[in-house]
Design a binder for this molecule. Structure first.
Ligand SMILES: *Cc1c(COP(=O)(O)O)cnc(C)c1O
Length: 377
């Protein structure tokens, strides 16, 4: 049954195997070298990847074990451990990890609504939710497009608040030519396998223009360690392992090209779906360079169409069907579903279409045709 449905998959949501096959010798060589040197924690690949990713982002880098940890470590270092009363302004239309990092660091997530066309934090809503308890702003560069960081950092400056960017879906994205980490105090990346820059396991990084901040976060992620036996402060165990660093070094060399291929696939969807009744296409701000981690449209009757697409071998998905403020896990916040009307509404309408660098024009045509024929009914 499972095997049959896999054979029927004509276009998966993401295709990590295609990426492996296209660069097999590079990946196998990198893993082999790492294994032969037994550098499983720390080591040459770990150091080299930190330097190469820093160069790519134009900042200083602290590597850690996941994107969620990256956010929590940045909050802990910038604000200290919270007592549960301090508030962090973010969005509910995101992966739950954004809010988890906030609550695990001892803060309370407070949500601004999102823009119905870009799906990103509605910056004009932010000042409305800032209170005397607000400690930081945490924008999420969702789907590969950056939030309007010029306006957001102006607001942050006015209220003397640090800005921590959730860039888990935005490796290589820019806003007005500046990438994550060049706007805020720190930007947090995930290297979860399906991300634009993904490891073969978990991984994360914090990027900052502040060298000493990046160094402290790096120490915090490794038991507060300064050298082998000296620990100036107590940290946690959240390290990126050597094998993941080796894979990420290979992938970083391809990232700009892969992001370009994602943009080309998004243009194909734009072209093939534009003007179709009953569908709203994603909007990119003219100030933003979008890296299309996901290509997300809005339709009516989403659940039915999603089921039918899946049944016909199209690996469409939803990111995310239940907003954070409507998750049982955050019921304690006491936020009614409709108090974030755009977030609540788009969660029922959004549909993520297959997108990855290796997707072909023919596959995009197949997805578009299958989707269009279902919208007409
Ligand atoms: C993936 C993701 C995270 C968490 O990253 P992990 O590496 O899975 O811990 C956080 N925020 C967003 C928006 C994400 O997409």
């Amino acid at each position: 049954m499972i095997e049959a449905s896999r054979l029927m998959t004509r276009v998966p949501l993401v295709d990590l195997h295609a990426q492996y096959l296209a660069n097999r010798a590079e990946f196998d060589g990198a893993l082999g070298r790492c294994i032969r040197s037994s550098s499983f924690i720390g080591g040459p690949d770990h150091e080299a990847f930190a330097a190469e990713f820093a160069e790519f982002c134009g900042g200083h880098v602290a590597l850690c074990a996941s994107g969620t940890d990256a956010i929590e470590l940045a909050l802990a270092e910038l604000l200290g451990k919270g007592d549960g009363t301090g508030e962090i302004v973010t969005v509910s239309h995101t992966f739950i990890a954004t809010a988890e990092a906030v609550s695990n660091a001892g803060y309370r997530p407070v949500f601004a609504d999102v823009d119905p066309e870009t799906y990103l934090m509605d910056v004009s809503e932010v000042e409305r939710v800032i209170t005397s308890k607000t400690k930081a702003l945490l924008p999420v560069h969702l789907y590969g497009q950056m939030v309007a960081m010029d306006r957001l950092t102006t607001i942050a400056g006015r209220h003397h608040l640090p800005v921590i960017e959730d860039a888990a879906q935005a490796h290589g994205a820019t806003y007005r030519g500046k990438s994550p980490g060049q706007w805020g105090d720190a930007a947090c990346f995930s290297f979860y396998p399906g991300k634009n820059l993904g490891a073969w396991g978990d991984g994360g990084a914090v990027v900052s223009r502040d060298k000493s901040l990046a160094q402290r976060i790096s120490m915090r992620a490794n038991h507060g360690r300064k050298d082998k036996y000296e620990h100036p402060f107590a940290g946690v165990s959240s390290r990126l392992d050597g094998l993941q660093a080796a894979i990420l070094r290979v992938k970083l060399r391809h990232l700009s090209q892969w992001n370009k291929a994602r943009r080309r696939a998004a243009e194909w969807y734009d072209e093939l779906l534009d003007g179709t009744d009953g569908i709203q296409l994603p909007k990119t701000s003219s100030d933003a360079e979008h890296v299309f981690h996901l290509y997300v449209v809005q339709i009516e009757d989403r659940d039915r169409i999603l089921r039918e697409l899946n049944r016909h071998g199209i690996g469409a998905g939803v990111h995310y069907p239940i907003p954070v403020h409507e998750q049982p896990a955050y019921g304690n916040l006491g936020i009614s579903p409709e108090s974030l009307p755009v977030t609540h509404r788009i969660a029922q309408r959004i549909l993520s279409l297959p997108i990855y660098p290796e997707i072909t024009r023919e596959q995009v045509e197949t997805v578009s045709a299958e989707l269009r024929s279902r919208l007409r009914r």
